[in-house]
Design a protein around this ligand. Structure first.
Ligand SMILES: NC(=O)C1=CN([C@@H]2O[C@H](COP(=O)(O)OP(=O)(O)OC[C@H]3O[C@@H](n4cnc5c(N)ncnc54)[C@H](O)[C@@H]3O)[C@@H](O)[C@H]2O)C=CC1
Ligand SMILES: O=C([O-])CC(=O)C(=O)O
Length: 315
């Protein structure tokens, strides 16, 4: 087995801590490097007592970013501020764009071949930011950059199976587009028949599931535990395909894509191979309602993507 170092940037945060815990349980991970601007020594010491193979190392502050990233096989980024009630994900852009950009410069410099999983919002813009930084350093490999939208699929599976009281284990709903509001397009026609009203209510709940958690947390942040679960599911799928060489591993994820002409990044079902993205599946056939969702998604998604690109190009 190769030496597999997984770095988590933002590892001391609400997502970072439970995500680090879940990644510590993956036996394919040789080293888990925890980076944050605060509190990583404590988180690393705590996790290091767990009797699984991954060696845990902690790095605090930008002076230690190089060491945290050096030689990483995979970098997962949940660094940045979360929403408070009344905010959109795009409202996070002003703070998180700069954080993600500086981490991307670190990756381009210290582990340019790493698989990169972006959790920080707004994902529709932070993924293009990372791509532009990597392009500036001549190290962009579109097979290795992923926006993590898995929480939308996790929510869709939960809400859909809950509505009909069917087994959640066997439910797998594709969710395409991006990761905010109307850019989230659940493909519910792929699941057993629901009435028109049910489909509309479920679609709305999946699109605004994040707001449900932001409201319930009442100023204390957004989804962290369900996101850690979703992030670990995504990272583990990618490690299964790239390290364990499992074939046929698929996840919906926001990647550089030709699936929708004129939209540079798009989430649809992606099959992973040894280098990351192996095959991007086209959009499944949409019914009339899904077409209206798709039409609403595209202009907003394009605006979000362009905002990320411009942030780097016009800096
Ligand atoms: N993709 C998705 O589906 C989801 C994305 N998110 C996003 O994930 C991000 C993190 O959310 P939480 O963990 O709840 O926030 P949090 O505030 O609890 O944790 C963020 C962590 O990032 C750290 N950080 C800030 N600047 C940093 C830098 N330059 N380098 C390294 N670490 C840095 C902070 O010190 C903090 O520990 C937010 O942007 C949130 O919107 C949240 C849920 C779902
Ligand atoms: O809603 C938020 O701000 C966090 C997020 O992306 C989600 O929970 O889907």
């Amino acid at each position: 087995m190769p030496y597999v170092k997984v770095a988590i940037c933002g590892a001391a945060g609400g997502i970072g801590q439970p995500l680090s815990l879940l990644m510590k349980t993956n036996p394919l991970v040789t080293e888990l490097a925890l980076f944050d601007i605060v509190n990583t020594p404590g988180v690393a010491a705590d996790l290091s007592h767990i009797n699984t193979p991954a060696k845990v190392t902690g790095y605090k502050g930008n002076d230690e970013l190089a060491q945290a990233l050096a030689g990483s096989y995979m970098v997962i980024i949940p660094a940045g501020v979360p929403r408070k009630p009344g905010m959109t994900r795009d409202d996070l852009f002003n703070i998180n764009a700069g954080i993600v950009k500086s981490l991307a410069v670190g990756i381009a410099t210290h582990c340019p071949k790493a698989l990169i999983c972006i959790i920080s919002n707004p994902v529709n813009s932070t993924v293009p930011i990372v791509a532009e930084v990597l392009k500036q350093h001549n190290v962009f490999d579109p097979r290795k950059l992923f926006g993590v939208t898995t929480l939308d699929i996790v929510r869709a599976n939960t809400f859909i199976s809950g509505a009909k009281n069917v087994s959640v284990q066997g439910t797998e709903v594709p969710v395409i587009g991006g990761h905010s509001g109307v850019t989230i397009v659940p493909i519910l026609s792929a699941t057993p028949s629901y009435s028109e009203e049910e489909v509309k209510a479920l679609t709305q709940r999946i699109q605004y599931g994040g707001d449900e958690v932001v409201k319930a947390k009442d100023g204390a942040g957004s989804a962290t535990l369900s996101m850690a679960f979703a992030g670990a599911r995504f990272a583990n799928s990618l490690l299964d395909a790239t390290v364990a060489k499992k074939s046929g591993v698929k996840e919906c994820t926001f990647v550089k894509s030709d699936v929708v002409p004129g939209v540079e990044y798009f989430s649809s079902v992606v099959e992973f191979g040894p280098e990351g993205v192996h095959k991007i599946f086209p959009i499944p056939s949409l019914n009339a309602y899904e077409k209206t969702l798709f039409d609403a998604c595209i202009p907003e998604l394009k605006t979000n993507i362009q905002k990320g690109i411009d942030f780097v190009k016009n800096a």
